[in-house]
Ligand binder design. Structure first.
Ligand SMILES: Cc1cc2nc3c(=O)[nH]c(=O)nc-3n(C[C@H](O)[C@H](O)[C@H](O)COP(=O)(O)OP(=O)(O)OC[C@H]3O[C@@H](n4cnc5c(N)ncnc54)[C@H](O)[C@@H]3O)c2cc1C
Length: 646
């Protein structure tokens, strides 16, 4: 644990003293990675130079009261990657158009160098070749700077840091007790960061969902210096880009691939990346399904064609009507084992999970206030062994943080060494039964049960669960057996027209079933019942984290509902406003996609209670479009679940 901070005069080494402290916040700006080393913490921050110029004084600013006066709005010139604002008598002009200019920690000036040069370590000389296009463009859009000219003596390259996803790094260090992190923070976010950090430290609760802020969001396995570097440079490059939410990072691709990657490549997969994993959105070879099934679809607006192919329609159709294989390897899974494994899991989950070996339970992990930290699928493999289907690296830290002294339990991230195939569709049993002698009948292998099977001689853990709403299994095995499992299933499925499905089809199918996705649909700002997940909370269990919080009033009374609409094929972006009949704001959207089976766009939305009742008419705003939508009864496909339970 931290006991204090040693302070020393950086120039002379004199005046050493210690300030005692049991809580220290690391907020060292571009020196974050250096501070991280002291804490044993890999801080994925890439310092980058950013061109920043000043015009000579302008006539229109002659009355400026001082050097910092700013009486006009700041303007972003999105297309050119330029922003500008008044600063005293000058126009200050920032340049994002230039290539990212990386700075290593050892290139930052030391205190002595900075003192000798009289320049801040975070300031480097303006590089004219990088700044020139910006200066040209500003003269075009703000002509009065032409005559005034660029004040080269004042202009500079300033240095600040970019993380792999451009967000800040906040939260407990998780390496040294009492040390908190507030790094890679922009001025725009500074007040909010201060509030969240203060709340988090003093109450244990950050007050808002911190999934995109928490430094624990990065899987430590990925945090090589090269990862931080390449993704950080990319984040700088994209500050002024308009990216579709589905658009994937272009840097350091292929860092994690499943054993089925090669097969998916051969099938013409269009990959995106998530948490380092390559995942197919759709597969070109399935274009034939569109013809075979005579599927048609309306014209797609330009924005919605980003990272989209109608082939996904064919894959969804094949899952509902034939059988499909989905690569589920990229989903996070942990192996929790030991005599105290069940005690740990019971303490942290809303449902009873220590049932008989072979049971599968869908349950939630809550924070102390009753907010949803994660939804997890817990499989009791044996008395002392559980497989946890989780969401992110934060879940691993959460589990580890709650192991008590003396408890015998190990928590292992087995995502990398294992793989998973989702085999789903009306013919799933026909396919699997060709490859195993085990009893996989509905009577012999019921819904939400697990069994160890040999499938074509491959040892696999089979879970009778389905996120797409069809009969089938998640089949887990170790990575070495993956290719054989894939090939055998594919061959056995041939006579049933098996297809390899991508994430687009998968997402549309789960929306039709009303299945929520953590992060996209609900966060720690939401309670289970509001999110439509009350079924995952035991009516009798009381001794778990968050139980007491559930009886406190929630921070919002909005409910998650399903909206259907005749969107022109596409889907609203997450976070789009939802308006009531009088045009008043009544909520916002979460996940959305076209439901190919139901022929409507399906949108999960958080709405005020008075607009949450079935058949209520609302309007979804999507850019400049207003699309009428109606609250539907959930789920839209197979409400009785009979397709999965047979
Ligand atoms: C040219 C330029 C333009 C920008 N424009 C914008 C903008 O328009 N909007 C926006 O939101 N952001 C902007 N930013 C980014 C923003 O300025 C920074 O992200 C922000 O100032 C960082 O604040 P901080 O408190 O985290 O770090 P800093 O302000 O750098 O503070 C960190 C402090 O920690 C001290 N420190 C580090 N290590 C030690 C140590 N070992 N011992 C003692 N002290 C230490 C440093 O000396 C420093 O004082 C811009 C940045 C630049 C360079």
């Amino acid at each position: 644990a931290v006991t204090g901070v040693q302070v020393v005069d950086a120039l002379t080494g004199d005046h050493q003293r210690t300030i005692a402290a049991d809580i220290v916040v690391a907020a060292g700006g571009i020196w974050g990675p250096t501070i991280g080393k002291w804490l044993g913490k890999n801080m994925p921050m890439q310092p980058i130079e950013h061109g920043f110029g000043f015009s000579h004084p302008l006539e229109e600013f002659r009355d400026a009261a001082n050097d910092e006066s700013c009486n006009f709005p700041m303007i972003r010139h999105q297309g050119a990657g330029v922003y500008f604002r008044q600063q005293g008598k000058s126009l200050a002009i920032g340049a994002y158009e230039h290539k990212p200019l990386e700075v290593r920690q050892d290139q930052l000036a030391s205190a002595a160098e900075a003192h000798a040069g009289g320049v801040q370590p975070s300031v480097h000389e303006l590089t004219w070749e990088d700044y020139e296009p910006t200066w040209k463009e500003i003269q075009r859009v703000y002509p009065s700077v032409r005559a005034a000219g660029l004040d080269e003596a004042r202009s500079f390259n300033g240095i600040f840091s970019f993380t792999p996803d451009g967000g800040p790094l906040l939260g407990p260090s998780n390496t040294v007790a009492g040390v908190w992190i507030a790094q890679a923070v922009w001025v725009t976010a500074s007040a909010g960061v201060a509030q969240v950090t203060a709340d988090w430290i003093t109450t244990g609760h950050p007050g808002i969902d911190t999934a995109d802020l928490d430094l624990a969001r990065f899987d430590t396995r990925l945090l090589s210096p090269e990862f931080g570097r390449q993704k950080g440079l990319e984040a700088y490059d994209e500050v002024y880009d308009i990216r579709h939410p589905r658009a994937a990072s272009a840097k350091l691709r292929g860092i994690r691939t499943s054993p089925f990657h090669f097969h998916q490549q051969l099938a013409g997969a269009h990959f995106v990346e998530a948490n380092g994993w390559e995942r197919p959105l759709w597969l070109e070879e399935n274009r034939r399904v569109l013809e075979e099934a005579e599927l048609t679809f309306p014209k797609i607006p330009a924005w919605d064609t980003s990272e989209f192919s109608p082939i996904a329609v064919g894959e969804a159709w094949a899952t509902r009507n034939r059988v499909a294989m989905y690569d589920m390897t990229s989903l996070t899974r942990y192996w929790v084992a030991g005599p105290d494994a069940s005690a740990l899991l019971e303490r942290l989950t809303t449902n009873k999970v220590s049932k008989k070996p072979g049971s599968v339970t869908f349950t939630l992990m809550l924070d102390a206030a009753g907010g949803i930290l994660s939804d997890v699928t817990v499989t009791r493999v044996s008395d002392d062994e559980f497989l946890i289907g989780a969401n992110s690296h934060r879940d691993l830290i959460h589990l580890n943080n709650h192991v008590r002294d003396g408890e015998q339990v190990s928590i292992t991230d087995i995502s990398p060494g294992t793989c998973c195939i989702g085999l789903w569709g009306p013919h799933a049993r026909d396919v699997l039964s060709q490859l195993t002698d085990d009893d996989i009948s509905h009577e012999g292998f019921g819904y939400f049960k697990a069994k160890q099977l040999y499938i074509a001689a491959v040892p696999a853990l089979a879970l009778r669960v389905s996120y797409v709403g069809e009969l089938g299994w998640e089949l887990y095995t170790t990575a070495d057996h993956g290719a054989r499992l894939w090939e055998e299933l594919h061959t056995a499925g041939n006579q049933y027209g098996i297809v390899i499905g991508g994430r687009l089809a998968f997402n549309a199918l789960r929306l039709e079933k009303g299945f929520r996705s953590y992060g996209a649909d609900m966060t720690r700002e939401h309670r289970p019942h509001q999110a439509g997940l009350g079924f995952a909370v035991s009516k009798v269990k009381t001794d778990y984290l968050g139980y007491e919080g559930l009886s406190e009033p929630p921070t919002t009374d909005r409910q998650m509902v399903t909206l259907t609409s005749d969107f022109p094929f596409g889907a609203p972006n997450s976070g789009s406003p939802v308006l009531g009949a009088d045009g008043q704001l009544v909520g916002y959207t979460a996940s959305s996609d076209f439901g190919y089976t139901v022929g409507k766009t399906i949108t999960f939305a958080w709405l005020d209670p008075e607009h949450s009742r079935a058949d209520t008419e609302v309007v979804i705003k999507h850019f400049n479009r207003s699309v009428p939508a109606v609250v539907a009864s959930d789920p839209l496909y197979d409400p009785s679940g009979s397709k999965m339970r047979r």
